[in-house]
Write a protein that binds this ligand. Structure first.
Ligand SMILES: Cc1cc2nc3c(=O)[nH]c(=O)nc-3n(C[C@H](O)[C@H](O)[C@H](O)COP(=O)(O)OP(=O)(O)OC[C@H]3O[C@@H](n4cnc5c(N)ncnc54)[C@H](O)[C@@H]3O)c2cc1C
Ligand code: FES
Length: 522
């Protein structure tokens, strides 16, 4: 399979995740007419589909548009841990939002797992859903007293966690751990398929290969047709209706995944996370995350993730995108030596909010336009919370979670993090005076890309498999940063706010809403 096939965009990069490789996305037509509806939802990932499901249950008329295929965004690249063990730790959440905020965070993520379990039952969704335990253990750079503090904070937040003196089943660590009981896991593409079928059965209209632009409080232009709506939900992961405000409150990170075969019965189904590298140069500590998934009669797939870096800035640590898998495999073999061969590898993007909590609710300054973004590595539950919360907000119902997730909030309690990220951003504009990857197009082999520098002019080059050279402006159409070539996913990535573009110059991730300007080269 390719990132684009004859049905449309399947995924936002060259590598295919296990989920998309094992389950073909459900197919829907492209939009070819004007429509009036109650709610227009833009984005066919877990956020968009869950919101559509909740609104249809509430009796609303819903139209959902997706410019790739269902699950072609970050949802299809997830690892699908369903957990209230938040990677932006309860210790930190409590400092910013108080004990009550921390309690609501725990309550809402726990409710999201219950919601998914109910959908699985009510829609007979055959999606490998299982309740499993989760275990948070120490990264060697972290201290036991921090884990203790996190344990205490989880208890104050109302979670039924347990302190264990050893981490069972994980080799090469004698760390204590926190056990999170009754967490869960599923096969995301099977679940999305069940949601999409339920939406269609309730009369919801889904259109794929349908690009939304000119988003206003009255609707949007989709594939050139007018979709008029009373309310609009922008569920595009990075909100494409917002030029600046939201993108100063969150930062894009790339994260890497491998899937390795593991003889059945060697390990129990469970979720494991280490507490993250405290010596990192990034503002969030990259951590490892592991789970199992049924694979075939003989093997499970052990899915391990981590080795994160800010999008477009991998080289700042001296480890490029492709080499991150080697580091991840080494870590995985050390901690789970029972694995045999690695059969999958893929990467994806997560958006890290500066003040630890995601954003769900009215887009600042706009009535009738709602957004969901800033999921961190907990987007499966976060987007499910969004489905429930946005559906309540559109119906005018009070919801006690609304304030915690409000997109209006400003990270005033964390000026240090805000300033350090503002500095990182400003530094990216310095790329205008840096040398490019290549000096001539003929330095590129077939199926290779790079940035060519001609004075202040930056050109994104890609030589296709047949040897033809394609050239685009390497200036990001969002706010003008210089793009970087990602040789692993064969995309052009923006180091500022995470926009990404295919080797054909098409936009894959917002906030940019248009593709790269084509340049004629001799
Ligand atoms: C490697 C990885 C591992 C992860 N692991 C976990 C995990 O274990 N547990 C967890 O809870 N979370 C995890 N996450 C996070 C989680 O997967 C995401 O936060 C979540 O899937 C985001 O869903 P979404 O619907 O908001 O976005 P997406 O799935 O990206 O959906 C947005 C959709 O909008 C579409 N779109 C964009 N612009 C337009 C437009 N103009 N018109 C029409 N459509 C448009 C895109 O094509 C896309 O399909 C992980 C993420 C990654 C990358
Ligand atoms: S994503 Fe903002 S400048 Fe590129």
């Amino acid at each position: 399979m390719n990132s684009r096939d004859n049905k449309g965009i399947v995924s936002s990069g060259e590598n295919m995740s296990f989920w998309i490789d094992s389950v073909r996305p459900p197919e829907f037509p492209a939009l070819k007419k004007d429509i009036n509806t109650d709610v227009l939802i833009i984005g066919g990932g877990l956020a968009g589909l869950t919101t559509a499901y909740c609104l249809l249950k509430a009796g609303k008329k819903v139209v959902l548009v997706e410019d790739g295929l269902i699950g072609s965004g970050e949802t299809g690249r997830t690892t699908a841990h369903l957990t209230a063990a938040l990677d932006d730790r309860y210790t930190d959440i409590e400092k910013v939002f108080g004990e009550e905020g921390s309690r609501i965070a725990a309550e809402s993520h726990t409710a999201a797992i219950d919601f998914i379990e109910n959908v699985v039952k009510n829609e007979n969704a055959d999606c490998d859903f299982k309740r499993v335990d989760g275990f948070l253990f120490l990264h060697p750079s972290d201290k036991e007293e921090n884990l203790r503090k996190e344990f205490d904070a989880t208890r104050r937040a109302g979670l039924d966690t347990e302190w264990l003196d050893t981490t069972h089943y994980v080799s090469a660590t004698n760390s204590p751990c926190i056990r999170f009981p009754r967490q869960a896991q599923f096969h995301i593409m099977k679940y999305l398929t069940a949601l999409a079928n339920a939406i269609a059965k309730m009369g919801g209209e889904i259109y794929t290969s349908t690009h939304a632009e000119k988003i206003t409080i009255k609707g949007s232009v989709c594939n050139g047709f007018n979709v008029l709506a009373n309310d609009v939900v922008v569920a595009t992961n990075s909100p494409v209706n917002d030029m600046v405000t939201m993108h100063t409150k969150q930062m894009p990170f790339r994260t890497y995944v491998i899937g390795a075969r593991l003889p059945k019965g060697k390990l129990p189904y469970a979720l494991w996370w280490d507490s993250g590298n405290m010596n990192t140069k990034w503002f969030t500590a990259p951590y490892h995350y592991v789970r199992l998934q049924e694979f075939d009669d003989e093997y499970d797939l052990l899915i391990a993730g981590g080795e994160d870096h800010k999008t477009g800035q991998a080289d700042d640590e001296g480890i490029n995108e492709e080499d991150r898998y080697d580091a991840l495999e080494m870590w995985t073999r050390k901690h789970f030596p029972q694995i045999t061969d690695v059969v999958y590898q893929w990467s994806g993007q997560v958006l890290e909010p500066l003040d630890y909590m995601g954003f769900i609710g009215k887009n600042p300054g706009d009535d009738h336009v709602y957004i969901v973004t800033g999921d961190s590595g907990n987007g499966m539950t976060h987007t499910t919370i969004a489905g429930m919360l946005i559906s309540d907000l559109i119906q005018g119902k009070d919801n006690t979670w609304a304030e915690l997730y409000s997109p209006k909030r400003i990270p005033v309690k964390l000026p240090g993090r805000f300033l350090s990220e503002a500095f990182n951003m400003a530094k990216q504009y310095g790329d205008y005076i840096k040398k490019g990857d290549v000096e001539e197009g003929n330095q590129l082999a077939n199926d290779e890309g790079g940035i060519l520098s001609k004075g202040l002019r930056k050109i994104a080059l890609y030589r296709d498999k047949s040897g033809t050279l394609h050239a685009y402006s390497a200036v990001c159409p969002h706010l003008g940063c210089v793009l970087q070539w990602n040789a692993d996913e064969k995309t052009f990535d923006c180091p500022c706010h995470g926009s990404r573009f295919s080797k054909e110059g098409a936009v894959l991730n917002g906030p940019a809403i248009s593709g790269l300007e084509k340049i004629t080269v001799s």
